[in-house]
Design a protein around this ligand. Structure first.
Ligand SMILES: [Zn+2]
Length: 155
C-alpha cells in the first residue's frame, strides 16, 4: 500500500470533502453525471477548458462493491487537479512518485504504477465511506439510480 506521503495526500483529499453531503461533494469534485452501467468508470469531459466528470457504477455488482466503486471513482477525479486535463496520467504519476518523478520515470514499470494508483483509490474509498454519512448517502444514491432511470444529473 501507499507510503507515508501518499497517505498524507489521501488525508488532504478526505479533509477537502469532510463535513459535506455526498451531493455537495460531487459538486465540489465537478461530477455532473452518475449512472449505472455495465462497467464502472470515471471519465472526464471538458467544459470551457475545465474537466467535468461522469461516474458509472457497475449495475451487476453487489451494493457493497458499488459503494466502494463510487468512492474509488471519486478518488480518480483528483487525478485531474492539474492545469491541463490533457496530461492527467503523467501528473498523477508525478503525484505518486514525488518530485524526482521526471528524473526517475523511465526506471519505473508502468503496470506497477497503475496498480499503485488503483490501490490508492481503493484505500481512499474505504476511508471515504467511513467518513461522515458518506456510506449512507452513497447507498441512497445507488438505490435511487437502480430504481429510477439509472442516470442522475447533478445540478
Ligand atoms: Zn480505478
Amino acid at each position: 500500500m501507499a507510503g507515508q506521503e501518499h497517505l498524507e495526500l489521501m488525508e488532504r483529499y478526505l479533509v477537502e470533502l469532510a463535513g459535506k453531503s455526498v451531493i455537495e461533494q460531487l459538486k465540489l469534485r465537478r461530477i455532473r453525471i452518475i449512472a449505472m452501467r455495465k462497467v464502472s468508470f470515471c471519465s472526464p469531459f471538458l467544459k470551457i477548458g475545465k474537466p467535468l466528470f461522469e461516474i458509472w457504477i457497475k449495475q451487476d455488482d453487489s451494493l457493497e462493491e458499488q459503494k466502494m466503486s463510487f468512492g474509488h471513482e471519486i478518488c480518480h477525479t483528483f487525478d485531474f487537479n492539474v492545469k491541463s486535463v490533457f496530461h492527467p496520467f503523467e501528473e498523477r504519476i508525478h503525484r505518486l512518485l514525488g518530485e524526482d518523478f521526471y528524473a526517475k520515470k523511465d526506471d519505473y514499470v508502468w503496470s506497477e504504477i497503475e496498480k499503485e494508483e488503483e490501490d490508492f483509490c481503493e484505500e481512499f474509498a474505504r476511508r471515504w465511506l467511513n467518513q461522515d454519512n458518506n456510506e449512507k448517502g452513497t447507498e441512497a444514491l445507488i438505490k435511487a439510480l437502480a430504481a429510477g432511470k439509472r442516470v442522475l444529473r447533478i445540478k
